[in-house]
Write a protein that binds this ligand. Structure first.
Ligand code: HAM
Length: 435
């Protein structure tokens, strides 16, 4: 039979990688909780119109990256979510979540974009995201940036290895329109130097021309008018307040007036955390303010700010700069042999689990030597061994698998004392592995 392989750009998370993912997920969840963020889970599939309206019609995501299809049963147009901000906003409006006041929400889950796969860029990838809705103050933008900074620390990334924070302000709508007019005038004058994509964008979304990677246009783009010279007093004050809060907290950042982001819902603060350790796909986190999105999606106006972290990129960065050493997920590998040993071992394993131990029992008959090999490979702290002799005596043998040379070796122990001794032996090995 021919093999069926997975979809290009969509990855399996294999058991050997799972402990790191689990540890990162737990660490991130704890940091979110410590800032008062509550979890929210929305469906992976949403009406296509949600993303078209939310992200913007003339964006790469909506123009060419969405997995959209027609529901064969009712003809509805649906899309696998390419991001989650629009969906969280939809859920808040639909369930009236902002009725009692502002909300801090977080999520983790898969997103889907039909991009050209390469290292760090996948068609199914995962995001940790935070959305704070109902907050207008720049202190909230700053708080989110401090949260991300704290997260790098919680994940064990040393300050010098952390992604660099790039910050910009997109101002308000009238400021952006004035800037847009200036951009159109500038690029129209030089329209013979624009590539086809940019010619088209001149009419639809001239800001995106600034994002072009075409080297022939680099000079032209470098000389284009920047939005910062169009910002009014209120936008400047907001930006200054964010920068001052970062300064007071000692979080380094760079102003980057070329930072525009690939989604249309942003205003005022936008940011990206970028690392140079991952090659071309170095943006680990991106976000900003979206004060008009809730209203645009049909809700009562509510200012908001959020960000999302790419989990694959974050884990790739950890592998480079702060490798995670996952602790063994198994305490005890139960080795058994002799008459009827499997039935007795099944019972014994249940007993040990009731005592709070994580137990993997050897399945099937095999020699002591081969079972001990399996015990070692399982990553468990201890092997618990029971043959006919031990069974008759009501005992078992506990053998440390990760002990240093000066630690006690195996010990025979009555069943009633086995769990207590096992815990002690695990703790000894743990202490030594830390030393
Ligand atoms: P985004 O910049 O499109 O923003 O994505 C956020 C992060 O997701 C990126 O910085 C990157 O780490 C990761 N990412 C994006 N595309 C891929 C891909 N194809 N493969 C691997 N990782 C990827 C958003 O999605 C906004 N919803 C963020 C936000 C939340 N803004 C306000 N609230």
């Amino acid at each position: 039979m021919e093999k069926i392989v997975g979809v290009k750009g969509m990855n399996d998370l294999l058991p050997q990688q799972a402990p790191v993912w689990e540890w990162v997920e737990q660490t991130v969840a704890e940091v979110f909780r410590s800032y008062g963020y509550q979890a929210i889970r929305t469906p992976i599939v949403e009406p296509t119109a949600l993303f078209v309206r939310g992200i913007g019609e003339v964006t790469d995501i909506v123009e060419k990256e969405m997995y959209s299809f027609t529901d064969a049963l009712n003809g509805e147009r649906l899309t696998l979510r390419p991001e989650n901000t629009a969906a969280v906003v939809r859920a808040c409006i639909e369930h009236n979540l902002l009725y009692d006041g502002p909300r801090r929400l977080w999520y983790v889950g898969p997103m889907f974009r039909h991009e050209r796969p390469q290292k760090g860029r996948y068609r199914q990838f995962h995001q940790f995201g935070a959305e704070a809705l109902g907050f207008a103050q720049p202190s909230l933008d700053a708080e989110q940036l401090l949260l991300v900074w704290r997260l790098w620390a919680a994940l064990g990334i040393a300050p010098a290895d952390r992604p660099v924070l790039h910050l910009n302000s997109l101002g308000d709508l009238s400021e952006r329109l004035a800037h847009r007019e200036a951009l159109v005038a500038y690029f129209t004058k030089a329209s013979d130097r624009l590539d086809t994509d940019s010619q088209r964008r001149l009419q639809t979304n001239p800001l995106r021309i600034l994002d072009s990677k075409n080297p022939d246009m680099a000079d032209l783009i470098a000389g284009a008018p920047t939005l910062s010279s169009f910002l009014g007093a209120a936008s400047k004050a907001h930006q200054d307040a964010v920068c001052e809060a970062l300064g007071r907290a000692g979080v380094p950042f760079q102003m980057n007036d070329r930072l525009v982001r690939g989604l249309d819902y942003y205003n005022l603060t936008v940011f990206e955390w970028v690392t140079d350790r991952l090659g071309a796909q170095g943006t680990v986190c991106g976000g900003g303010r979206y004060d008009t999105l809730v209203e645009q999606m049909g809700g009562k106006p509510a200012p908001a700010c959020g960000f999302a972290i790419g989990v694959e990129r974050l884990i790739a960065l950890l592998e480079e700069v702060a490798p995670v050493q996952p602790k063994p997920a198994t305490d005890l590998y139960l080795v058994h042999f002799g008459d009827q040993s499997e039935a007795a071992a099944l019972q014994l394993a249940e007993h040990l689990r009731s005592e709070g131990l994580r137990v993997v029992m050897h399945s099937g008959a095999a020699s002591l030597k081969s079972q001990m090999k399996k015990a070692d490979a399982s990553g468990a702290w201890l092997a618990a061994i029971q043959g006919d002799e031990e069974r008759q005596a009501g005992t078992m043998v506990l053998k440390p698998l990760r002990a240093g040379p000066d630690q006690a070796g195996q010990q025979s122990v009555p069943l009633a004392e086995a769990a207590g001794l096992a815990k002690k032996m695990i703790e000894q090995q743990r202490m030594q592995s830390r030393a």
